[in-house]
Design a protein around this ligand. Sequence first.
Ligand SMILES: *Cc1c(COP(=O)(O)O)cnc(C)c1O
Ligand code: SF4
Length: 347
Amino acid sequence: MIPLTDVSLQVLSTNQALDQALDSDIDSEPASWQRIVNESIRDISALLNALALPDQSHYSNFPILVPTPYLARIERGNLNDPLLKQVMSSAKELDDIPGYVEEPLQESTFAKTTGLIQKYHGRVLLIVTGSCAINCRYCFRRHFPYQKFQPTSQDWQRIIDELISDTSINEVILSGGDPLMMSDKRLKWIIQQLETVPHIDTVRIHSRLPVVIPQRITKTLIETLVESRLKAVLVTHINHPQELDEAVSNAMLALQRADVLLLNQSVLLKDINNDAEVLSTLSRKLFKANILPYYLHALDPVAGAAHFDVPDKEAEAIMSILRASLPGYLVPKLVREVPGQPSKSPL
Ligand SMILES: *Cc1c(COP(=O)(O)O)cnc(C)c1O
Ligand code: SF4
């Protein structure tokens, strides 16, 4: 690996002031997407007020976080809006439902070293940050102990050593949190580190940011991906056609021109997208935005999200309608993550 110089050590330190100082030597001020992140709604009353909805208050153990470009796609005055339901906390989150647990995927058991999780052959998942730009109520990592996983500068040497020693690994998946919450500078540093491992040829980014804040797709990010010898894959996370607007499509077009493979995963969510018509529209809209549907995930049984669950029988019925109405390449694979299995499990 490239020797960890003082600067690169600092880039990965958790010292925020330092990160901002480092970021500022490219941008001279925070990037516009970072300002948008800072201006997000973090309070239920503010959210309801912005949408002309009557106030209601309840306690939640997972804060709300809604960035304004996403807020703009929510219909005012509609409590049943499918985007609002993904971000608005509910008193139901505190219900204690048997089988719904804090860490449904037992990820701690699969950690090879801090931040590095391997469950499947040939690919590893790297948790690079615990931050997100939006708090999705159904998130399976809503209770995730990020502090235990987020690599520090010292951990990076171990991660790279681990990757070098295992020649069966050819793909690194950047995950979180949301990996695109990292600054362009930090992301570039990580990609450069991965490039030093000869058998790694692919970097995959799993992110909701290009959809919730399309301004995140900066020129610098595109340049980093174009300049890298690694093949880049972006897996977006879009659950409903209403999440796709022109700004998102433009961001995707820029990525596609940079030769980034664009795939989407959705989570099947009750009263949000458990409807063949909605999912079929989503597939067609994704295609128009140069994205192919990849996975449709059954909900992971995380505590606080039971009210989003869709029964398997219903999920299978939706899939038969999708198969009968869409070309094969627009039909996502319906999967569930079962701890200990060698891949996601088809339903
Ligand atoms: C989901 C997941 C992957 C990616 O699986 P694909 O089927 O290749 O998309 C890789 N590693 C871990 C730990 C995962 O949870
Ligand atoms: S962006 Fe992803 S990791 Fe973050 S809350 Fe949403 S689903 Fe969870």
